[in-house]
Design a protein around this ligand. Sequence first.
Ligand code: AMP
Length: 424
Amino acid sequence: MNTLTSFSQLLLSNDLLKNLETVGYTTPTPIQSELIPKIFQGQDVLGIAQTGTGKTAAYALPLIDLINNSRRRANMPSCLILVPTRELAEQVTESFKKYGHQYHIRTATLIGGMAQKNQLKSLASGPDVIIATPGRFLDFYEKGKILLANIKFLVIDEADRMLDMGFLADMHQINKLLPKQKQALFLSATMVPSIQKCAEEILTNPTVVKIKPAEKTNQKINQCFIKIEGDALKSDSLKRQMLRNLIVVKKITQAIIFCNRKVDVDVLEKSMRHHGYKVYGFHGDVHQSKRLEYLEAFKKGEVNFLIASDIAARGIDIDGLPHVINYDFPKSSDEYVHRIGRTGRAGVAGQAWTFITAKEQEKGRRVLPDTLNFIDMSLPADQNKESSKANKNRLTAQPEEEVVGFGHSIPKFMQIKIPKSLTE
Ligand code: AMP
């Protein structure tokens, strides 16, 4: 593999290089080294890369230069970027602005769940790039608001997520509306047969770029499992107490806490607030404008915790987010990888905590990606005894809030025990 190790070798324009200096990127990530030259060569690309690897810049940077150097036509966008979620759409839009501000590349971000007025306005101003979720895009197209004859570049980002969310038919329909002569880029974190098939239909003679299997990306994330047992198995309030104890003992001041269901997000949000924590609940029923507001507040540190459904598992990019907590065990390996991928981004170490019952532990062997097999999911008997002894000592020696037992000698698996007297 011919890896290019500096941005200047990638033939990006001088202005872009200056911008990268300003945003503090010194070296390209592997996907950037691989993808940027291929995009400049006009190839269709199938990129297998996880979130957090720098994939957005890998396509945004060359596209900015290509769009800038191509003939820009009023009211005729030249680039369409399809994304599965509103959050990713916002992030991609931000990237175009951040990297290419002096090129005056106009973007229109078309996302469902938001008022149409401003989006129509941005369409009317003649965007070069449309960043859209498929449903809203088709909605506007069918109303005759988008001209597609000049589309030269199509990006499908997080294609696996698109398929999960049932956008396959929309993707095909949109592809058919576009000019045949175009360059298409297809990015996905996983490569299952359904993705392969979909990519084959959309791409022409694609070059496949595969970056870092999951375990390499995840090496930056220390993954810890917390066993739920005894009374906590039957009591939600005890489980919530385990969470608060984890936060106190590990001095966690910023984390996304994932629940599986919206209703559990609401319950946990209420409970955490009741206990004096600054939190926001974040799920599909929370209005989009509120979600953006909450995300901003979380990024600025005005609230410490986002209690979230899987809607926050992808596309959300928070610089240096130190912790992700799986309060509920995720339903699939994909969700697991994406949730914990909110931390440990761009080379910064992160910490993921996952609450797990014995039943889930069994299931976990199947659910967690093969790449995570290195995690010791069992608690060796002798260490178990030792940590129980340590827990007992701790329980009598510590003030209330700190009454938590950790198996310190066990690196990947912890126990948190809560005495009955401390229940809510
Ligand atoms: P992405 O995979 O596109 O979601 O990007 C993950 C994070 O990496 C974002 O916060 C980017 O700003 C950051 N990033 C992208 N490229 C680089 C780079 N070459 N050097 C440092 N950070 C980067």
